[in-house]
Design a protein around this ligand. Structure first.
Ligand SMILES: NC(=O)c1ccc[n+]([C@@H]2O[C@H](COP(=O)([O-])OP(=O)(O)OC[C@H]3O[C@@H](n4cnc5c(N)ncnc54)[C@H](O)[C@@H]3O)[C@@H](O)[C@H]2O)c1
Length: 381
């Protein structure tokens, strides 16, 4: 695993817990975690259960005893590490968004396709596909319970940047993160809306805005937990991304991604409305799915709250008795289950690098649309 910040902790938990609850066809071993600060990455290895730590990812990626490379670093490093890992014959799990540019994502997708033919597997970490309620939502749509999809609304709302003195971490720098709210959390909203509906976004019209243009530079720490120094620098990414779109079928969709929505901590919500029914998911209540069955007699209609904790719900079989809830971290175990199973069975894990490239093209289309006065821009769907 390369990187040991927020996602480093989450992925470590996934690798450690998945084999203890699910009957995996292969037994993963947590061999090496890589970072740039020897003492800090050594401490992380001890805490999270990695056998070794190292400071040179190139050396680790070239090792014969490593089969899988898990990339949990910021976006500016994804392409270089993934290409090297695929070249070295490894399976690759890479965090989202796949890369910082379409060109990088294309190179990664080409390399992954060539590697697939050699028996290697690659996957992007759009973890929210693996919350049981979202997987179940996709099944309801696929089973026709919503009929023809007419409208989709997807939003990802957080508030950790509302303080203008919050430090300028890598997520606020275009050369490191690629984009701001758009790629950081908007990418999840697009992927989840597409996953649930089974349709891609075909065209977009968007607007991007930066609300706080200068912030204190990062002092101590990394990522979301960094503290401010007394120097300042420019914010080079969007703070708010608003866009509308059409799905492949022509259905209308609206998207919103912001880290400035006061009071919303991790509000990833998707609402899908169709000719026979509707559903709504909210990550802040991730064990629940709202479902409206418009085929019931009118006097019985109404949104009902399905508690997605039954053993027959997706991924739930090995967990707790019904009603005993899962949390944020379980998605990372489910990700390991799906990835390891695909490696064993020789199938393409989902989402693939090609899926990640498509999302990258949607993000790029939103940026070009915003620069062109919200003109409609086609994606690749
Ligand atoms: N799937 C999800 O829900 C989800 C959630 C958060 C973040 N992410 C993604 O995960 C990735 C990492 O985000 P994070 O929140 O863990 O960031 P973070 O800042 O908490 O951690 C980043 C880690 O990468 C290391 N790093 C940075 N540059 C490096 C380099 N050149 N070489 C080696 N290590 C390097 C840092 O030391 C740190 O350990 C990003 O792509 C982000 O978009 C995904």
């Amino acid at each position: 695993m390369i990187g040991y910040g927020f996602m480093g902790a989450a992925h470590s938990q996934g690798w450690r817990v998945a084999p203890r609850f699910f009957d995996l066809p292969l037994a993963p071993t947590m061999d090496v975690v890589v970072g740039r600060d020897a003492a800090a990455v050594h401490a992380a290895a001890g805490k999270w259960g990695w056998r070794e730590s190292a400071t040179d990812w190139r050396e680790v990626v070239a090792r014969d005893d490593i089969d899988v490379v898990d990339i949990v670093t910021p976006g500016d490093t994804h392409a270089e590490i993934a290409l090297a890992a695929l070249e070295a014959g490894k399976h690759v799990l890479c965090e989202k968004p796949l890369a910082n540019t379409v060109a990088e994502a294309e190179a990664m997708t080409d390399a992954a396709a060539a590697a697939f033919a050699r028996g290697q597997r690659s996957m992007v970490g759009f973890t929210y596909r693996r919350v049981p309620a979202t997987t179940f939502a996709r099944k309801l749509v696929a089973d026709g319970r919503l009929g023809e999809i007419r409208q989709v609304r997807a939003e990802y709302l957080q508030d950790w940047l509302t303080d203008p003195e919050a430090p300028l971490t890598w997520r606020l720098q275009k050369d490191r993160a690629g984009s701001g709210s758009l790629g950081d959390i908007g990418a999840h909203a697009v992927d989840l809306a597409e996953y649930i509906t089974g349709q891609r976004v075909a065209t977009v019209s968007g607007i991007l805005e930066t609300l706080v243009t200068e912030r204190p530079l990062l002092g101590e720490g990394v990522g979301l937990s960094g503290t401010a120094s007394d120097q300042r620098g420019p914010v080079t990414v969007d703070d708010v991304a608003l866009f509308t779109g059409r799905l492949e079928s022509g259905a209308l969709a609206s998207f919103e991604a912001t880290r400035f929505r006061t009071g919303r901590k991790n509000g990833l919500r998707v609402e899908v409305s169709g000719s026979k029914g509707a559903l709504a998911f909210d990550l802040e209540r991730l064990n629940e799915l709202e479902f409206y069955d418009a085929t019931l007699p009118p006097l019985e209609q109404g949104f009902r709250r399905i508690y997605v904790t039954e053993h027959d719900h997706p991924y739930l079989a090995p967990w707790w008795p019904p009603g005993h809830m899962l949390g944020y971290e379980h998605g990372f175990s489910h990700q390991v289950v799906d990835f390891v199973t695909a490696v064993h069975e020789g199938t393409q894990p989902s989402p693939s690098f090609a899926d990640g490239l498509h999302i990258q093209r949607v993000l790029d289309a939103v940026e070009r649309s915003s620069a062109a006065g919200s003109a409609w821009v086609p994606t690749d769907a």
